[in-house]
Design a binder for this molecule. Structure first.
Ligand code: ZN
Length: 308
């Protein structure tokens, strides 16, 4: 069954009905969840500190949790229980059912009222606070949903708050994506480079005042701060300065493994690009390379590098 067929079989709500549901969910006010499965505890704090690379000894020495862990203690996980349902869940389910299946978080604002201590058991309380849309965004048409969570101790003391906002959007249809979906961000600082690639030229940005070359392109000369810029044509040769072999994750439109190199140009700048036409085991730092231009689809030409 195609995605389109699935859509038409679903109960679809109008924009008005989605907003009516939002008003209803907002009117529920703050809804308490179930108490956290575990109290604030040392193993989770230690795990967090390791993952974050936070070497501050104060937490473990004094039995305090890093404030940014607030949400950790009550995370429901995938096996969320029905009695732990929040006013947000029905709203998000309705958006899913109406085709707004894409999700991206846009805002997260946390407020910490004090440090949490080992042994305290938290309960989160959620209130839905707004639905805005439908709005046209770069990702597709969607709704912004906002809610607030407050964490309470067993004594009903609020200890941390969070505003969270997500965009639920209708993902663009696959056929509208180019064959090679990873497109560079082309703007007025970088357009000259991509226009050059289309013509088989390796253009390097150049300060129009002091002549210093720079890559990647940018608005100001890091040498003299001038905003006047032009470009020069590189000879198209270079040596491999560094590289990685990309095995995973999969990249749309590319076959793995492939080599991503940093190539040092005789002009004095370095540029990132794929090393191609060379068995991976023969790729080595210092090897001489020459630029080659590969069309990824009918819109994008990428400069790549092959053995000289
Ligand atoms: Zn300059």
């Amino acid at each position: 069954m195609t995605e389109r067929e699935t859509m038409t079989e679903r109960e679809t709500m109008t924009d008005e009905e989605l907003h009516e549901l939002a008003v209803k969910q907002t009117a529920l006010g703050e809804v308490r969840g179930v108490p956290a499965a575990d109290p604030v505890n040392v193993p989770m704090i230690r795990h967090w500190l390791t993952a974050m690379g936070d070497a501050n000894p104060v937490y473990l020495e004094r039995g305090l949790a890093p404030p940014a862990m607030a949400q950790v203690w009550t995370m429901p996980g995938l096996a969320r229980r029905e009695k732990d349902r929040s006013p947000v869940d029905d709203m998000l389910a309705a958006l899913d059912d109406n085709g707004y299946t894409g999700v991206v978080a846009t805002n997260c604002e946390q407020t910490y009222r004090r440090y949490l201590r080992v042994g305290e058991r938290l309960t989160s309380a959620t209130r839905f606070s707004g639905l805005a849309g439908p709005k046209r965004t770069a990702l597709g048409v969607g709704y912004f949903a906002t809610w607030h969570i407050t964490w309470y101790t067993e004594d009903d003391e609020p200890v941390a708050d969070m505003l969270f906002r997500i965009l639920k959007f209708r993902p663009a249809k696959k056929e509208s994506l180019p064959p090679y979906p990873l497109q560079p961000a082309i703007n007025q600082d970088t357009a000259f480079f991509w226009e050059g690639a289309e013509r088989g030229e390796l253009r390097i940005q150049c300060c129009a005042d002091c002549g210093e070359l720079r890559h990647p392109p940018g608005p100001l000369c890091p040498h003299c701060r001038s905003a006047e810029r032009t470009y020069t044509l590189a000879t198209g040769t270079g040596t491999l300065f560094s590289y990685v072999v990309h095995h995973h994750p999969p990249v749309p439109g590319r076959e793995t493994p492939f080599v991503v190199g940093v190539v040092e140009l005789p002009e004095g700048v370095r540029i990132v690009g794929n090393v191609v036409d060379c068995p991976i085991e023969e790729v080595e730092i210092g090897m001489p390379l020459r630029v080659t231009y590969r069309a990824m689809d009918d819109r994008l030409v990428l400069p790549m590098w092959r053995p000289e």
